[in-house]
Design a protein around this ligand. Structure first.
Ligand code: ACO
Length: 323
């Protein structure tokens, strides 16, 4: 029976560092407000030449190098993004070409900030059935092109970036993806919206042009779901005869993480946080944090980590992975 081992990771952040102070020129805010309410100090924004595909390609190259594979070794590409270069071709097809892959299936998937976990889950199915051996899963976003820079309730939260992983079929037990849990609640579709080209509006409604978010409602939802997912993962890990050595959550707001830790008792020193430097990079957030945790030596081979994400849809999910 095959399992999906995590054999390579990589990430790419765009060059432009945008500090909290730089918002002060256009909106009524302050570095102090943003830092104390979110924990974010700065984020990266794409240069005009950068796109979701260009960042994704670099992240994917690093992930391939990390496990000494080439594009030719891949059997499937899944790219999670809500800010694709174009609706078609899929960003995954742009990656497939740049990485010089064979004519392997390549497609995009949208589940907002939970997109990367949805992508990992789909990849896991292809590997478990024996259909694919090596799968590239990428989360990449250029949210700076979707946010309203005059809306102080949302624009301060987001950043651009890409993260990638290579999943590989293994027969080794107790390794790789141990569980994935995915959820969606379309009843709360209006809490986070990013318009598309064919966005429909109700009669009398103005079409939205930019990302819109009900911050307070999403905050409450995020804490509640994180608490549930952490409790559930602790139980799953115990059944598997292990424990969660590190939590790698979706990076949005330090207060969301703190509230979830307080409620679950999960120790803060075992949580990967980089939102202070990158803000919320949506589908890219979890794979970037995962890559940094591994490269910094904070998460090591043999460790069991918990990935948790929540976002537009609303969607949420988690995955327990033994490195
Ligand atoms: N600077 C200064 N003041 C601000 C700012 C700002 N940037 N933003 C809001 N305020 C004001 C508000 O206008 C409000 O003023 P009022 O009391 O006079 O009305 C006050 O600050 C408090 O506003 P709240 O919305 O209650 O602020 P809160 O503490 O909830 O922080 C935030 C807002 C940071 C957006 C928070 O709600 C949050 O992090 N929500 C979660 C977002 C999230 O998880 N998104 C993930 C998914 S995104 C995706 O899927 C694409």
């Amino acid at each position: 029976e095959y399992r999906s081992a995590l054999v390579g990771t990589g990430c790419q952040l765009p060059g432009r560092v945008f500090t909290n102070d730089e918002f002060v020129a256009t909106i009524d805010t302050s570095d102090e407000w943003i830092r104390t309410r979110t924990g974010i100090r700065e984020r990266r924004f794409a240069l005009p030449s950068e796109t979701a595909s260009s960042l994704g390609i670099e992240a994917a190259r690093k992930a391939l190098e990390n496990c000494q594979l080439t594009g030719n070794d891949l059997d499937l590409i899944i790219c999670a993004t809500v800010t694709p270069d174009m609706m078609t071709p899929a960003t995954a097809c742009l990656l497939q070409s740049a990485l010089k892959c064979r004519h392997i299936p390549s497609f995009d998937l949208t589940a907002a900030c939970t997109g990367f976990l949805y992508g990992m889950s789909v990849a896991d199915q292809f590997i478990r059935t024996g259909t694919c051996r090596n799968v590239l899963v990428v989360g990449t976003e250029i949210l700076s092109r979707a946010i309203d820079f005059s809306d102080r309730n949302s624009c301060i939260l987001f950043g651009d970036g890409a993260g990638a992983v290579i999943l590989q079929a293994t027969k080794e037990p107790n390794r790789g993806i141990r569980s994935v849990n995915l959820f969606a609640d379309g009843e709360r579709q209006r809490f986070i919206q990013v318009p598309g080209m064919a966005t429909i509006t109700q009669p009398g409604e103005q079409p939205i042009k930019y990302l819109q978010m009900n911050g307070r409602e999403v905050f409450k939802f995020a804490v509640q779901r994180m608490v549930e997912l952490i409790h559930h993962a602790n139980e799953e890990a115990a059944k598997l005869g292990t424990h969660i050595s590190m939590l790698i959550p979706h990076q949005v707001n330090q207060r969301i993480i703190d509230a979830a830790l307080e409620s679950t008792g999960f120790p803060a020193d075992r949580v990967m946080v980089n939102l202070d430097r990158y803000g919320n990079t949506s589908a890219a957030s979890v794979p970037i944090a995962l890559d940094e945790a591994i490269r910094e030596g904070r998460a090591k081979k043999g460790d069991t980590v918990l990935l948790v994400a929540f976002g537009g849809g609303l969607t949420w999910g988690s995955s327990v992975v033994t490195l």
